[in-house]
Ligand binder design. Structure first.
Ligand SMILES: C[S@@+](CC[C@H](N)C(=O)[O-])C[C@H]1O[C@@H](n2cnc3c(N)ncnc32)[C@H](O)[C@@H]1O
Length: 129
């Protein structure tokens, strides 16, 4: 388990009833930590990669079966969530947040419930020499 992801999830202080959206879930590592904190709340992940969505759903199959987690193919730029809103929206290492932060924040904020919060981290993954 990555310390980076664990620290990030801790900063969000997930509450049992939170409705949580992750943009760019990758392998679904943060999903596992978030879902473990939920009791009555819900988690939705989106990712534009079919491969990553499949991997994340497999990793978190128990939470999917329990109706706590959903994994959906789609991009931050074009996904229509039909008015669904979230208490916490987060994105880690999703490139649009560094390439065009104003646009990325605006796109993510449309899914926040009143009083909801957006959490973003972008650091370059370390290169192996
Ligand atoms: C570098 S990985 C980071 C994965 C994970 N969040 C982490 O921090 O380990 C970026 C992930 O975001 C997805 N992604 C990148 N841009 C996206 C976008 N505009 N909309 C949805 N997913 C995106 C990629 O497919 C990839 O799975």
């Amino acid at each position: 388990m990555s310390d980076r992801i664990r620290r990030f999830v801790e900063t969000m202080q997930i509450q049992p009833n939170d409705r949580v959206l992750e943009i760019g879930c990758g392998h679904g590592v943060a999903a596992t930590l978030v879902c473990a904190d939920l009791d009555g709340g819900r988690y939705l992940a989106i990712d534009r990669s079919q491969k990553m969505i499949a991997a994340a759903a497999t990793r978190n199959a128990a939470f999917v079966q329990a109706g706590v987690a959903r994994f959906m193919l789609g991009s931050l730029e074009s996904l229509d969530l039909g008015g669904e809103q979230f208490d916490k929206v987060f994105a880690m290492r999703v490139r649009l947040f560094i390439e065009d932060p104003e646009r990325a924040h605006a796109l993510a904020r449309r899914w926040l419930a009143p009083g909801g919060r957006l959490f973003v981290e972008y650091d370059e993954p370390k290169k192996m020499s």
